[in-house]
Write a protein that binds this ligand. Structure first.
Ligand code: PMT
Length: 418
């Protein structure tokens, strides 16, 4: 995603300027070409040498450098860039950008650029909340800039409030997401990803659940988002943080997950069910907390819970797609298996009418529930099987979308022909 992208990073004079050195380093490690433009005041906080050592490129500070090339450097930078990020953006630079001033290299590049503009304000909270700053940010947003809201926490003054520059992973996610919306191979697609585990109530305080953290589903959602898809995540119980930049619907039980999923399918191009779904629910959950010795107990002190089968959401999605002529809906299931992985996976693929089934052997400690890695095999509807090594879930997600993106195009073309 970042490989070969040309990113211009504008740094202003704020204490958070030091954090941007880490961001530039991460962007370069990911294969991006990074040009850094420092304002005069930024140089008071971090030197040009720091950034040129990290980017392995010259750093731009002076609009008036007396060389023939320098005269049009701001135009050249503006034309070459795939994205301009200004971080930290101070109140002063935000005001200059809002009013179209071009009195230094950074504001001049900002006027010359046609690529997406990301602005990450960072300052004391009074300055950030000031009506002038807010009006300037609104103006910039109306003109198409994306404003990355500052986080709350301890500020340079020692006060606590909103004004901190978000950490590198948040800035990187925003950059990937913005680039994906412009050039990703899933632009124009709507995808639905389910994540996490369902919980089936026993009584108001207890439930039957599973160990899904949401990591696999969120990795799939983030990858789809970064490739430009409009992404809906339907999330059950999770311990991983919610991915930014995607629409989220929270559910608890399998029935809630079923309703939310089926309702989202009418305009979806793909459904990817990474959620760990309870096959059974308690037939009659107790209205009050079950206590020892209560009427729910059997005479011998034991307790019997009668379970009833939940609907199979993927099978219902297939039936709905067939009934409503949703021929362009690509359906992907996961299979969490502890034994006979391949035989069970092939059977699930057929039974649930899927285009792709991702089988994970959850009997291995580093694969499946609650860990950041997964070992999966991809079972295709035409009988092919692709066995992948143990990989980070983010990498598994990338490979899955690599395989799905052409399939989605084929199926949409097919839909148009009919
Ligand atoms: O969240 P993590 O900690 O990252 O863990 C990831 C994971 C192990 C949960 C994930 O990789 C995974 O395997 N998800 C599917 C788990 C599961 O429910 O497997 P299953 O074999 O029981 O179901 C097969 C498929 O049918 C799944 O896509 C499931 O979402 C779907 N299903 C299951 C039951 C049901 N009633 N309706 C369904 O649609």
């Amino acid at each position: 995603m970042l490989e070969g992208k040309h990113i211009v990073v504008g740094v202003c004079g704020g204490i958070a300027a030091y954090k941007v050195a880490d961001l530039v380093s991460k962007l370069c490690q990911a294969g991006a070409l990074v040009d850094v433009v420092l304002t005069e005041h930024a140089e008071q906080f971090v030197s040009a040498l720091t950034f040129s050592a990290l980017s392995q490129r010259p750093v731009y500070t002076n609009l008036w450098e007396p060389t023939g090339e320098a005269a049009a450097r701001h135009i050249a930078l503006g034309q070459a860039a795939d994205l301009l990020l200004i971080a930290p953006a101070t109140a002063n630079t935000i005001a200059r950008l809002a009013h179209g001033l071009a009195d230094d290299m950074l504001t001049t590049v900002a006027l010359a650029i046609t690529a997406p503009l990301l602005i990450a304000p960072a300052m004391e909270s009074q300055m950030y909340q000031h009506p002038a700053t807010q009006a300037n940010l609104r103006l910039l947003a109306e003109r198409g800039a994306t404003i990355i809201a500052p986080e709350s926490g301890r500020l340079a003054s020692g006060e606590v409030g909103q004004g901190r520059l978000p950490e590198t992973p948040t800035l990187l996610a925003q950059i990937r997401w913005t680039l994906g919306r412009a050039t990703g191979d899933l632009v124009g697609r709507r995808v639905v990803v389910t994540a996490g585990g369902t919980r089936e109530p026993i009584d108001p305080v207890r439930y039957i659940g599973n160990h899904s953290s949401g990591l696999m589903g969120f990795a799939l959602a983030e990858e789809a988002r970064d490739r430009g898809a409009e992404t809906l995540v339907i999330a059950g119980a999770v311990s991983a943080p919610m991915p930014p930049g995607v629409e989220v619907i929270r559910v608890e039980t399998t029935l809630e997950l079923r309703d939310a999923t089926l309702a989202a399918l009418a305009d979806a191009d793909a459904l990817v069910m990474a959620a760990a779904v309870a096959d059974y629910r308690v037939e009659h959950p107790a209205a009050h907390k079950i206590k020892k010795g209560s009427a729910e107990e059997n005479g011998d002190g034991s307790l019997t819970l009668r379970l009833t089968q939940n609907p199979d959401i993927l099978a219902e999605a297939q039936a709905l797609a067939e009934a409503n002529g949703l021929t362009g809906l690509t359906r992907v299931g996961f299979a969490a298996e502890t034994h006979d992985v391949e035989r069970n996976a092939a059977a699930k693929l057929r039974r649930k009418g899927l285009h792709l089934l991702v089988a994970n052997d959850v009997s291995q400690p580093a694969s499946g529930f609650g860990v950041s890695t997964n070992q999966v095999s991809l079972f295709y509807a035409d009988g092919r099987v692709e066995r992948l090594p143990l990989l980070p879930k983010t990498e598994v997600a990338r490979i899955i979308w690599d395989r799905l993106a052409p399939l989605l195009s084929e199926r949409s073309a097919d839909k148009v022909k009919r």
